[in-house]
Design a protein around this ligand. Structure first.
Ligand code: BGC
Length: 883
């Protein structure tokens, strides 16, 4: 019996993080632990647990425990252990400065703003060192080294957050780097802080026009004395070999540049808004060797065979005047292509390489599969490798099946997640956007949380959302962080603080989804004000609009990018935006009620449950006539609808034929069970079936409807229709992308046309994760792996078999170890093996609805397959060998 993978707030051995709650968790995959047993979690100041500062008990079945952080002192290493009668395991964490005032001051320079500057300081340290900690942050982005050694293995620090509201600093253990004579060097580039960023051409100096830095290095000696090195006017500041740099445009370096001394300036800037980090380290997680070819334009191209987010790096052996790399995600007609990046240049240029040098970018990143190389021969270019950068997270789900295309789809979904989980969850990693669009992550959060342990990553993003919500008076913006741009004529309305449904609802979706996957009440409690704030924000507006509980006012994005208007390139779908917004309003009220219930906030729980019920009643009243859908609801005359029609006129010069009985409208009502009767449910389901058939057995849903579509079909006796959509290979479909050679998921169903040409360049990325939300259908329906309900403790394993596959096999990492479901279809028989980790309650649901308890270890079930078998005889033979 042992406990492993000990984490605090989802982090392994964190140093200097922000701890607004302390949730200790561990994996316990041993068989011999009695669930009735009480486990003890002890926190102490020493590794021998003699100076105990906190102790609490939990049930062995929980695998996690949240305690109050009130006892935490600054700059302290705490040791913690979890203990049962037959085992114990320990780990540690460390605090940063907490409430202690900074001794150091922010420094900058007096001259005009530079693209990158290097601050440095020499100091002696003559006595034996016991420990040394560097508390540091630099804005825009910084890289620090001590005596030529990199401080910390992470890049793009301090990450992207709402710099105008708070500044995250990092704490590094630098004990091993201190010498008798030292030089601390910190290069600071533009980054999100002052480099060109945001769409519509971008803006410079969004948060500030000069880099700044704050450093407090504390050295504790063996003789108990202490020395502190602080950023102040004794620091040197000079220009850097890193010239132009920005998130979108890339970086230019001049290796022969003469450094110029700048005048260090001590700033009196507020230090009260400095806060410990929540941002996870961004690290190179995978390395790729490219293939090289010459394209039809005669350009030398490296192909990394996978679209990644990150860099390339390598050695140049001989002198070069200029080496230039340009990054793109596509080839078109056999040529390197990058028009869909809009204004983002995505270039890495190194000038004046005078001798052999290892080169890499520092203050930018690229979304790419292909790299055009200038100034190097093919042989020289092939010395470069691709490094995929992402926020460090544990991967928790693996999948394989008899369909190579489905397997590729799931790989693409995971890659779009890896590529867009860089500091914050972004919409895309390549064009001039790369923003934390809330709607995108809201619809993808469930899938994301199967693929990876997202808890700590979401905690950081939720902090940004909450800070922006407070700054915007309750509204959750369409992206977070949310830079505040001074209004000007013609400003894009997205930059003016408007909150819209589905996007803002990420405020309630993320915390509840994260809780469902992690059971971390500490995190849920920390996120609760954000959830409540958002629901209250809509409620207040609702009350100002006669309290009808219909969200049919303001501009809405509706079912973004749906295909059902018949208007080519339209970003708006045909579904009544008020219906979409009201369903999500209901969802947010319900999520807030559920969270309040879990947290035992009884008054809130009753209040938001009542609100959710009332919204549901309003939906039934507005959108149904008896058991039938009301096809001409009053919301067709709403302010939302008027704004939407104006937008449609502006975009396409024509009106949208708004409907409620679209695939999206029907799927949302069915999936969330928003109907008045069983008869109504059946009518909705048969209408949905018709809608799919009318579209040529195709989906037409956008961001809002897609996550619900296959679930809604499958939950209403339409498995075959759901699987047919999943396995469809012609456009529009998930596997069409795979057939076109995609290695990530696209932004639009028709990002590429059947002839391989791009459908448009104004908003078209090959690496958006929203439609990857289909993976949770594969997990929950195809494999049948269903997490316990929010207030329950029992997993439901209820696989749905399909004639499109002969076998499927998925493994999800749980707190008790791996849970695997594998089914093999052989003729009319399907054998399912469920391998259940120890101490896990689960039931198996057969196709006929009968249930049985599962035991830990292997559970084998044989059933008669009730669908149509279309598999070839060879497939079946192969499958028969699987068990
Ligand atoms: C982004 C989306 C986002 C949308 C909302 C786009 O430009 O890439 O993914 O959700 O705008 O308007």
């Amino acid at each position: 019996m042992k406990a492993e993978n000990l984490k605090l707030n989802g982090l392994l051995e964190p140093i200097g993080y922000s701890y607004d709650h302390l949730t200790f968790s561990w994996e316990n995959s041993g068989e011999d632990l009695d669930d009735q047993q009480e486990l003890t979690v002890t926190v102490a100041l020493d590794p021998d647990f003699k100076q105990v500062v906190s102790q609490a008990a939990c049930s062995a079945s929980d695998n996690l425990l949240t305690i109050d952080p009130a006892f935490l002192e600054s700059k302290t290493r705490y040791f913690w252990r979890v203990q049962g009668t037959t085992f114990q395991a320990s780990s540690y964490f460390e605090t940063g400065l907490l409430a202690e005032a900074w001794q150091a001051k922010w420094i900058s320079y007096a001259e005009a703003g530079q693209d990158a500057v290097c601050f440095s300081k020499t100091f002696a340290s003559q006595k034996p060192v016991k420990s040394a900690r560097l508390y540091i942050t630099g804005l825009g982005l910084y890289e620090a080294s001590l005596n030529g050694q990199a401080v910390g293995i992470e890049y793009l620090t301090p990450g992207y957050h709402s710099y105008d509201l708070y500044q995250q600093y990092q704490t590094f253990d630098v004990t091993h780097l201190i010498q008798a004579e030292n030089e601390l060097e910190v290069t600071v580039g533009n980054g999100w802080y002052k480099g060109r960023f945001l769409f519509d051409g971008g803006f410079e100096n969004i948060y500030g026009d000069k880099q700044k830095l704050i450093v407090q290095l504390e050295i504790n000696y063996e003789d108990d004395s202490r020395e502190v090195v602080l950023s102040d006017d004794s620091w040197n500041c000079e220009t850097s070999f890193i010239k132009e740099n920005s998130i979108y445009d890339g970086e230019r370096q001049d290796l022969a540049a003469k450094t110029e001394k700048l005048t260090t300036l001590v700033l009196n800037d507020d230090r009260a808004t400095l806060t410990e980090r929540l941002d996870l380290p961004v690290k190179p997680v995978r390395v790729y060797n490219p293939a090289a070819f010459t394209d039809k334009n005669g350009d030398l191209i490296l192909d990394f065979e996978q679209e990644i987010t990150g860099w390339i790096a390598g050695r140049v052996e001989t002198a070069k005047k200029r080496v230039k790399f340009t990054f793109g995600e596509l080839l078109q007609d056999g040529c390197f292509y990058r028009d869909n990046l809009r204004t983002a240049k995505q270039e890495f240029i190194v000038d004046n390489i005078e001798q052999a040098a290892f080169i890499r970018p520092h203050f930018t990143y690229f979304g790419f599969r292909y790299v055009k190389v200038e100034g190097l021969s093919e042989e020289e270019a092939l010395r470069f490798k691709g490094y995929s950068l992402q926020s460090e997270m544990e991967e928790t789900f693996s999948f394989a099946s008899s369909s190579a295309k489905l397997n590729q789809l799931l790989s693409n979904v995971k890659w779009s997640q890896r590529d867009n989980f860089l500091s914050i969850p972004t919409d895309c990693p390549q064009r001039d956007e790369r923003l934390g669009w809330t709607g995108d992550i809201g619809v993808f959060a469930n899938t994301a949380s199967y693929n990876m342990e997202t808890r700590a990553f979401f905690a950081n993003y939720l902090r940004a959302m909450r800070a922006e919500q407070l700054a915007l008076g309750g509204a959750v913006p369409v992206f977070a962080p949310y830079p505040k741009i001074k209004p000007f004529e013609g400003i894009n309305p997205f930059l003016l603080g408007g909150a819209v449904s589905v996007w803002g609802d990420a405020a309630t979706i993320l915390p509840v989804t994260s809780y469902r996957h992690s059971r971390d009440k500490g995190q849920l409690k920390a996120a609760y004000p954000l959830m409540k704030g958002w629901t209250d924000y809509i409620l207040e507006k609702d009350q100002a609009h006669q309290n009808r509980h219909l969200f049919d006012f303001d501009m809405q994005l509706g079912d973004w990018l749906a295909l059902d208007t018949g208007i080519k390139g339209s970003v708006m779908g045909a579904t009544d935006s008020s219906l979409v917004a009201t369903v999500y309003y209901w969802l947010s009220a319900q999520n807030t009620a559920d969270a309040a219930k879990i947290l035992n906030y009884q008054a809130d729980s009753a209040f938001y449950q009542k609100l959710a019920d009332e919204i549901k009643a309003a939906i039934l009243d507005c959108y149904f006539k008896g058991d039938d859908l009301n096809l001409t609801p009053v919301t067709f005359n709403s302010p939302t609808e008027q704004i939407r029609q104006q937008m449609a006129q502006g975009f396409a010069g024509q009106k949208i034929a708004t409907k409620v009985d679209t695939q999206t409208g029907l799927a949302l009502l069915l999936h969330y069970r928003l109907y008045p009767s069983e008869a109504a449910r059946q009518k909705l389901a048969s209408r949905l079936k018709e809608r799919v058939a009318e579209a040529g057995n195709s989906l037409t849903t956008g961001f809002a409807g897609t996550p619900a579509l296959l679930h809604a079909l499958s939950e209403n006796g339409l498995d075959e229709e759901a699987f047919d959509l999943l396995f469809k290979e012609d456009s529009p479909s998930w596997l069409f992308e795979v057939s076109q050679g995609a290695t990530t998921t696209w932004e639009r169903w028709d990002s590429l046309l059947s002839d391989g040409h791009i459908s448009g360049t104004d908003m078209n990325s090959m690496n958006h994760y929203a439609y990857g939300s289909v993976e949770d259908f594969v997990v929950e329906k195809m494999l049948g792996i269903n997490l316990p309900e929010l207030t329950g403790d029992t997993w439901t394993i209820a696989p749905h078999f399909t004639s499109h596959l002969t076998w499927a096999d998925g493994t999800l990492m749980t707190a008790n170890g791996p849970l695997e479901v594998k089914w093999v279809r052989n003729g009319d028989t399907v054998d399912t093996m469920v391998t259940l980790p120890p101490r896990t309650k689960a039931v198996f649901v057969k196709q006929d609805g009968s249930q049985c308890q599962l035991k830990s270890g292997n559970n084998l079930f044989s059933e008669t397959f009730s669908g149509n078998s279309t598999a070839a005889a060879d497939d079946l033979k192969e499958a028969a060998n699987e068990f």
